[in-house]
Design a protein around this ligand. Structure first.
Ligand code: T4K
Length: 375
């Protein structure tokens, strides 16, 4: 048996800057005596991210989930919104927090994103929008989704939590749909410990979002809508500013690791890798495989459990499907007859460790363990 790793290998580890560099930034914050509410760090990070992500307007938040709650409010979504069951719980929960009924649509077998060809059949007079998720950073079928939205007068929102830095033909992923949300949680390639952002092309939408994320306060004497507190603080923003300087290096290292995984696993029967799409920049957020138990010889759950004997902690992103949660399984659209592809894919996916401080030799060893588990 291959010897287990001495230290646990998790699915990810946060990118951490040099502590002295972060301390220098913190000194600026201390000197300013300004800790939140649109301080200097916040304004600077917003500007830098607009440039980096190639998006006209961006609004920072305390986390991605609240950003998406506010995003749906800002577009006045109501009634029913069509979304995917193959995502993190935050996606459908955001709809529920807006008093909107999530309608689950099946996914595409290749990209594992909402199947744009099945959306139209789920539209009812109550439908007001489509909430797609760029799962693992792979873009949804943005062209077809926009066509459907235009035909039926629907809004399009993207949960781009995994899609930091993704571009299609050089266009930042946030430019598609009415708005997109990105998560800056510690487990994301770029992060602010907790944090997130909304990205938009329309300045009026940003102005509305700015009010909504600050209690609806227009000025010292006027509150004009029931907003919430979605603000990012100066310490989070300072961390983001320091980390931005490390992103290119982190992406390069992750690219190398992804190439190593691909080389070691591409010819293993029963393992399929995500298709790389031409002209789409990867987010290098996750490295996900699918295990076909008949061809591989054992199933995903067995592999996931066996890995733990080697001190490797893989994750089943995204199993179970959101449509199987007790709070959603009563919905007619949650029926497995409606979601055959999603149900199959959720049993096959496994996220393998991917983060910049992992070595190429670690990845080679993880692949060897995988082959050993297969027997
Ligand atoms: N939409 C989508 C599609 C999402 O994937 C997410 C979040 C959201 C919306 C919501 O965005 P936020 O509101 O979170 O900004 C993690 C993350 O907490 C979550 O942000 C992320 N998606 C999801 C896919 O993954 P868990 O429950 O798997 O996290 P946890 O704590 O088990 O961490 C995973 C591994 O990372 C650990 O085993 C070890 C490592 N880790 C984690 C943390 C927090 C560290 O090494 N250090 C750390 O500080 O959800």
């Amino acid at each position: 048996m291959i010897s287990p790793f001495l230290e646990p290998i998790y699915v990810t580890r946060p990118l951490l800057p040099d502590l002295d560099k972060f301390n220098q930034k913190l000194q600026e914050v201390w000197q300013s005596q300004w800790l939140t509410n649109n301080g200097k760090q916040h304004l600077e990070l917003e500007k830098k991210l607009e440039q980096f992500l190639k998006i006209p307007y961006l609004s920072l938040f305390n986390n991605g989930t609240i950003a998406l709650v506010v995003g749906c409010q800002s577009l006045r979504l109501s009634g029913e919104v069509i979304t995917t069951p193959f995502t993190f719980p935050a996606t459908p929960h955001v709809l529920t927090w807006n008093n909107i009924k999530p309608i689950f649509c099946d996914i595409d077998p290749e990209t594992m994103n909402i199947d744009a060809n099945k959306i139209e059949s789920m539209i009812t007079p109550q439908t007001t929008g489509i909430l797609g998720v760029h799962v693992y950073g792979t873009p949804c079928d943005i062209v077809k989704i926009q066509e459907i939205a235009d035909k039926y007068g629907l809004k399009v929102v993207y949960d781009a939590a995994h899609a930091f830095g993704v571009e299609i033909h050089g266009v930042g992923i946030g430019n598609f749909g009415d708005l997109s949300m990105m998560s800056f949680h510690a487990t994301k390639l770029f992060h602010t410990a907790e944090g997130g952002a909304l990205l938009f092309k329309d300045y009026n939408l940003k102005a509305r979002v700015e009010l909504l994320k600050n209690f609806g306060i227009k000025n010292a004497e006027e509150v004009i809508m029931p907003g919430i507190n979605g603000k990012m603080n100066e310490i989070q923003a300072a961390l983001g500013l320091v980390l931005l300087e490390y992103i290119e290096e982190e992406r390069c290292q992750r690219k190398l690791l992804v190439e190593t995984y691909r080389k070691c696993l591409e010819n293993v029967p029963g393992i399929s890798l995500l298709t790389e799409i031409p002209n789409v920049t990867s987010s290098y957020q996750y490295f996900v495989i699918r295990i076909d138990w008949e061809l591989f010889g054992c199933d995903r759950d067995y592999v996931h459990n066996q890995f733990q004997q080697y001190n490797v902690f893989t994750r089943k992103y995204f199993y179970p499907l959101c449509s199987d949660y007790s709070c959603y399984k009563y919905l007619p659209s949650s029926s497995s007859v409606n979601l055959p592809v999603a149900n199959q894919v959720a049993k096959q996916v496994l996220s393998l460790p991917l983060y910049g401080s992992l070595g190429v030799d670690d990845v080679e060893k993880i692949c060897k363990i995988m082959i050993e588990i297969r027997g």
